[in-house]
Design a protein around this ligand. Structure first.
Ligand code: UDP
Length: 249
Protein backbone atom coordinates (compact mmCIF):
# COMPACT_ATOMS: atom_id res chain seq x y z
CA UNK A 1 0.00 0.00 0.00
CA UNK A 2 1.38 3.45 -0.85
CA UNK A 3 1.84 6.05 1.83
CA UNK A 4 0.11 9.38 1.25
CA UNK A 5 2.36 10.99 3.84
CA UNK A 6 5.47 10.93 1.63
CA UNK A 7 4.10 13.86 -0.42
CA UNK A 8 3.29 15.95 2.61
CA UNK A 9 5.28 18.21 4.90
CA UNK A 10 6.45 16.62 8.12
CA UNK A 11 5.28 18.72 11.08
CA UNK A 12 6.49 16.65 14.01
CA UNK A 13 8.21 13.35 14.66
CA UNK A 14 7.51 11.68 17.98
CA UNK A 15 8.73 8.39 19.47
CA UNK A 16 6.10 6.20 17.80
CA UNK A 17 4.44 8.42 15.19
CA UNK A 18 5.09 11.12 12.61
CA UNK A 19 2.59 13.93 11.96
CA UNK A 20 2.26 15.35 8.44
CA UNK A 21 0.38 18.38 7.13
CA UNK A 22 -2.19 18.08 4.33
CA UNK A 23 -3.69 20.57 1.87
CA UNK A 24 -6.48 21.10 4.39
CA UNK A 25 -5.20 23.08 7.44
CA UNK A 26 -7.77 21.32 9.65
CA UNK A 27 -6.57 17.84 8.66
CA UNK A 28 -3.31 16.04 9.57
CA UNK A 29 -1.92 12.61 8.79
CA UNK A 30 -0.46 10.43 11.53
CA UNK A 31 2.02 7.76 10.44
CA UNK A 32 2.59 4.84 12.83
CA UNK A 33 6.27 3.78 13.11
CA UNK A 34 7.83 0.51 14.27
CA UNK A 35 10.11 2.37 16.70
CA UNK A 36 9.64 1.59 20.37
CA UNK A 37 10.93 3.50 23.38
CA UNK A 38 10.56 3.00 27.11
CA UNK A 39 11.69 4.63 30.36
CA UNK A 40 11.51 8.15 28.87
CA UNK A 41 13.40 7.01 25.72
CA UNK A 42 16.37 5.57 27.66
CA UNK A 43 15.54 2.17 26.09
CA UNK A 44 15.10 2.16 22.33
CA UNK A 45 14.30 -0.51 19.77
CA UNK A 46 12.02 -1.63 16.98
CA UNK A 47 9.06 -3.97 17.08
CA UNK A 48 8.47 -5.66 13.71
CA UNK A 49 5.28 -4.41 12.05
CA UNK A 50 4.20 -2.54 15.20
CA UNK A 51 3.10 0.52 13.24
CA UNK A 52 0.73 -1.53 11.09
CA UNK A 53 -0.69 -3.45 14.04
CA UNK A 54 -1.13 -0.34 16.23
CA UNK A 55 -2.76 1.60 13.39
CA UNK A 56 -5.27 -1.24 12.94
CA UNK A 57 -5.93 -1.69 16.66
CA UNK A 58 -6.44 2.05 17.17
CA UNK A 59 -8.77 2.17 14.16
CA UNK A 60 -10.95 -0.65 15.51
CA UNK A 61 -11.02 0.65 19.09
CA UNK A 62 -11.83 4.20 17.95
CA UNK A 63 -14.63 2.73 15.80
CA UNK A 64 -16.03 0.89 18.80
CA UNK A 65 -15.82 4.03 20.94
CA UNK A 66 -17.47 6.17 18.24
CA UNK A 67 -20.41 3.73 18.23
CA UNK A 68 -20.76 4.36 21.97
CA UNK A 69 -20.69 8.14 21.58
CA UNK A 70 -17.02 8.87 22.37
CA UNK A 71 -15.76 11.33 19.78
CA UNK A 72 -12.21 10.93 18.47
CA UNK A 73 -9.94 12.85 16.11
CA UNK A 74 -9.99 10.01 13.52
CA UNK A 75 -11.47 10.93 10.15
CA UNK A 76 -10.33 7.97 8.06
CA UNK A 77 -7.63 5.28 8.06
CA UNK A 78 -5.99 5.63 4.65
CA UNK A 79 -3.23 2.99 4.60
CA UNK A 80 -1.69 0.27 6.74
CA UNK A 81 0.11 2.88 8.84
CA UNK A 82 -1.72 6.14 8.26
CA UNK A 83 -4.77 7.96 9.52
CA UNK A 84 -6.30 11.26 8.45
CA UNK A 85 -7.15 13.01 11.69
CA UNK A 86 -8.75 16.28 12.69
CA UNK A 87 -6.19 18.89 13.76
CA UNK A 88 -6.57 19.47 17.50
CA UNK A 89 -4.65 21.38 20.15
CA UNK A 90 -3.37 18.56 22.38
CA UNK A 91 -4.10 19.04 26.10
CA UNK A 92 -0.65 18.57 27.70
CA UNK A 93 -1.95 15.92 30.11
CA UNK A 94 -1.66 12.15 29.94
CA UNK A 95 -4.85 10.72 31.39
CA UNK A 96 -4.10 7.29 32.89
CA UNK A 97 -6.88 4.92 33.95
CA UNK A 98 -6.02 1.97 36.19
CA UNK A 99 -8.19 -1.07 36.89
CA UNK A 100 -5.41 -3.24 38.33
CA UNK A 101 -2.19 -2.10 40.02
CA UNK A 102 0.91 -2.32 37.80
CA UNK A 103 3.87 -0.26 36.62
CA UNK A 104 4.57 3.09 38.28
CA UNK A 105 1.62 2.72 40.67
CA UNK A 106 3.24 -0.34 42.28
CA UNK A 107 6.66 1.36 42.34
CA UNK A 108 5.37 4.55 43.93
CA UNK A 109 2.84 3.14 46.41
CA UNK A 110 4.03 -0.38 47.22
CA UNK A 111 0.64 -1.80 46.18
CA UNK A 112 1.28 -5.39 45.02
CA UNK A 113 1.15 -6.08 41.27
CA UNK A 114 -2.31 -7.30 40.35
CA UNK A 115 -4.24 -5.55 43.16
CA UNK A 116 -7.79 -4.91 41.96
CA UNK A 117 -8.59 -1.19 42.07
CA UNK A 118 -12.25 -0.50 42.81
CA UNK A 119 -13.21 2.11 41.85
CA UNK A 120 -10.72 2.49 39.01
CA UNK A 121 -8.17 5.29 39.33
CA UNK A 122 -8.04 8.22 36.92
CA UNK A 123 -4.73 10.05 37.12
CA UNK A 124 -3.12 13.00 35.33
CA UNK A 125 0.51 13.20 34.29
CA UNK A 126 2.21 16.25 32.79
CA UNK A 127 3.22 15.60 29.16
CA UNK A 128 6.77 16.87 29.50
CA UNK A 129 9.76 14.64 28.70
CA UNK A 130 12.28 17.02 30.29
CA UNK A 131 10.45 16.68 33.62
CA UNK A 132 9.88 12.93 33.14
CA UNK A 133 6.06 13.19 32.82
CA UNK A 134 5.38 13.81 36.55
CA UNK A 135 2.16 12.83 38.32
CA UNK A 136 0.02 15.92 38.90
CA UNK A 137 -2.74 16.81 41.36
CA UNK A 138 -5.85 18.84 40.50
CA UNK A 139 -4.43 21.83 42.36
CA UNK A 140 -1.10 21.58 40.52
CA UNK A 141 -2.99 21.47 37.19
CA UNK A 142 -4.83 24.66 38.15
CA UNK A 143 -1.62 26.33 39.41
CA UNK A 144 0.06 25.47 36.10
CA UNK A 145 -3.01 26.67 34.20
CA UNK A 146 -3.14 23.44 32.16
CA UNK A 147 -6.91 22.93 32.36
CA UNK A 148 -10.01 24.32 34.06
CA UNK A 149 -12.04 22.45 36.68
CA UNK A 150 -14.76 21.93 34.08
CA UNK A 151 -12.26 20.50 31.55
CA UNK A 152 -10.82 18.16 34.18
CA UNK A 153 -14.30 16.89 35.07
CA UNK A 154 -14.94 16.33 31.36
CA UNK A 155 -11.62 14.47 30.97
CA UNK A 156 -12.42 12.21 33.93
CA UNK A 157 -15.93 11.48 32.64
CA UNK A 158 -14.66 10.66 29.14
CA UNK A 159 -11.81 8.52 30.47
CA UNK A 160 -14.27 6.56 32.61
CA UNK A 161 -16.56 6.04 29.63
CA UNK A 162 -13.65 4.83 27.49
CA UNK A 163 -12.69 2.47 30.31
CA UNK A 164 -16.18 1.02 30.53
CA UNK A 165 -16.43 0.41 26.77
CA UNK A 166 -12.91 -0.98 26.35
CA UNK A 167 -12.83 -3.12 29.53
CA UNK A 168 -16.05 -4.83 28.46
CA UNK A 169 -14.84 -5.32 24.89
CA UNK A 170 -11.40 -6.64 25.88
CA UNK A 171 -12.94 -9.13 28.32
CA UNK A 172 -15.00 -10.48 25.41
CA UNK A 173 -11.62 -10.97 23.65
CA UNK A 174 -10.20 -12.90 26.64
CA UNK A 175 -8.00 -9.92 27.56
CA UNK A 176 -7.87 -7.99 30.85
CA UNK A 177 -7.49 -4.24 30.46
CA UNK A 178 -5.11 -3.49 33.35
CA UNK A 179 -4.41 0.20 32.67
CA UNK A 180 -4.06 2.63 29.79
CA UNK A 181 -3.11 6.17 28.83
CA UNK A 182 -5.29 8.57 26.85
CA UNK A 183 -4.60 11.92 25.26
CA UNK A 184 -7.19 14.51 24.35
CA UNK A 185 -7.26 17.52 22.07
CA UNK A 186 -9.52 20.49 21.46
CA UNK A 187 -10.74 21.11 17.88
CA UNK A 188 -11.51 24.43 16.14
CA UNK A 189 -15.06 24.38 17.53
CA UNK A 190 -13.75 23.99 21.10
CA UNK A 191 -14.85 20.35 21.32
CA UNK A 192 -12.82 17.90 23.41
CA UNK A 193 -11.83 14.87 21.28
CA UNK A 194 -9.96 11.69 22.10
CA UNK A 195 -6.63 11.80 20.19
CA UNK A 196 -3.28 9.99 19.77
CA UNK A 197 -3.69 6.17 19.83
CA UNK A 198 -4.99 3.25 21.88
CA UNK A 199 -2.74 0.24 21.37
CA UNK A 200 -0.48 -2.22 23.19
CA UNK A 201 2.02 0.68 23.34
CA UNK A 202 -0.37 2.65 25.56
CA UNK A 203 -2.32 -0.08 27.39
CA UNK A 204 -1.42 -2.93 29.72
CA UNK A 205 -3.22 -6.00 28.42
CA UNK A 206 -3.07 -9.39 30.11
CA UNK A 207 -4.21 -12.68 28.60
CA UNK A 208 -7.20 -13.48 30.83
CA UNK A 209 -6.67 -17.22 30.36
CA UNK A 210 -3.01 -17.22 31.41
CA UNK A 211 -2.01 -17.19 35.07
CA UNK A 212 1.76 -16.94 34.58
CA UNK A 213 2.89 -13.38 35.39
CA UNK A 214 5.25 -13.14 32.43
CA UNK A 215 3.42 -15.21 29.82
CA UNK A 216 0.15 -13.28 30.28
CA UNK A 217 1.70 -9.95 29.18
CA UNK A 218 0.56 -8.93 25.65
CA UNK A 219 1.68 -5.26 25.60
CA UNK A 220 4.75 -3.01 25.69
CA UNK A 221 5.83 -4.50 29.03
CA UNK A 222 7.16 -7.39 26.88
CA UNK A 223 9.59 -4.81 25.43
CA UNK A 224 10.17 -2.89 28.69
CA UNK A 225 10.99 -6.05 30.64
CA UNK A 226 12.75 -7.98 27.82
CA UNK A 227 10.18 -10.78 27.98
CA UNK A 228 10.64 -11.72 24.28
CA UNK A 229 8.01 -12.34 21.55
CA UNK A 230 7.03 -8.66 21.62
CA UNK A 231 5.65 -8.50 18.07
CA UNK A 232 3.69 -11.72 18.67
CA UNK A 233 2.03 -10.20 21.74
CA UNK A 234 0.83 -7.20 19.72
CA UNK A 235 -0.29 -9.40 16.82
CA UNK A 236 -2.28 -11.66 19.15
CA UNK A 237 -4.12 -8.63 20.55
CA UNK A 238 -5.08 -7.59 17.00
CA UNK A 239 -6.13 -11.13 16.03
CA UNK A 240 -8.37 -11.43 19.08
CA UNK A 241 -9.96 -8.03 18.39
CA UNK A 242 -10.65 -9.02 14.77
CA UNK A 243 -12.10 -12.39 15.79
CA UNK A 244 -14.39 -10.71 18.32
CA UNK A 245 -15.53 -8.01 15.89
CA UNK A 246 -16.38 -10.70 13.33
CA UNK A 247 -18.83 -12.34 15.78
CA UNK A 248 -22.49 -11.65 15.06
CA UNK A 249 -23.73 -9.25 17.78
N1 UDP B 1 1.75 5.02 29.39
C1 UDP B 1 1.91 5.51 28.09
N2 UDP B 1 2.79 6.52 27.89
C2 UDP B 1 3.52 7.09 28.90
C3 UDP B 1 3.35 6.58 30.21
C4 UDP B 1 2.46 5.55 30.42
O1 UDP B 1 1.26 5.05 27.16
O2 UDP B 1 4.30 8.03 28.64
C5 UDP B 1 0.79 3.93 29.63
C6 UDP B 1 1.50 2.62 29.98
O3 UDP B 1 1.72 1.84 28.82
C7 UDP B 1 0.50 1.96 30.90
C8 UDP B 1 -0.20 3.14 31.61
O4 UDP B 1 0.01 4.27 30.76
O5 UDP B 1 -0.47 1.24 30.15
C9 UDP B 1 0.32 3.42 33.00
O6 UDP B 1 1.72 3.56 32.94
P1 UDP B 1 2.58 3.74 34.29
O7 UDP B 1 2.24 5.04 34.93
O8 UDP B 1 2.41 2.53 35.13
O9 UDP B 1 4.05 3.93 33.82
P2 UDP B 1 5.13 2.90 33.24
O10 UDP B 1 5.13 1.70 34.08
O11 UDP B 1 4.66 2.64 31.85
O12 UDP B 1 6.39 3.70 33.29
Amino acid sequence: MTNASTDNQKLYEGKAKIIYATDDPEVLITYFKDDATAFNAQKKGQITNKGVVNCKITTHLYGLLAQKGVQTHLLETISDREMRVKRVAIVPLEVVVRNIAAGSLCKQTGLPLGTLLEPSLVEFYYKNDDLGDPLLTRDRIFAMDLASAQQLDQLVAQAQQVNQVLSEFFISCGITLVDFKLEFGVDQAGQLLLADEISPDTCRLWDANEADEKKRVMDKDRFRQDLGDVAEGYQTVLSRILTQLAQPS
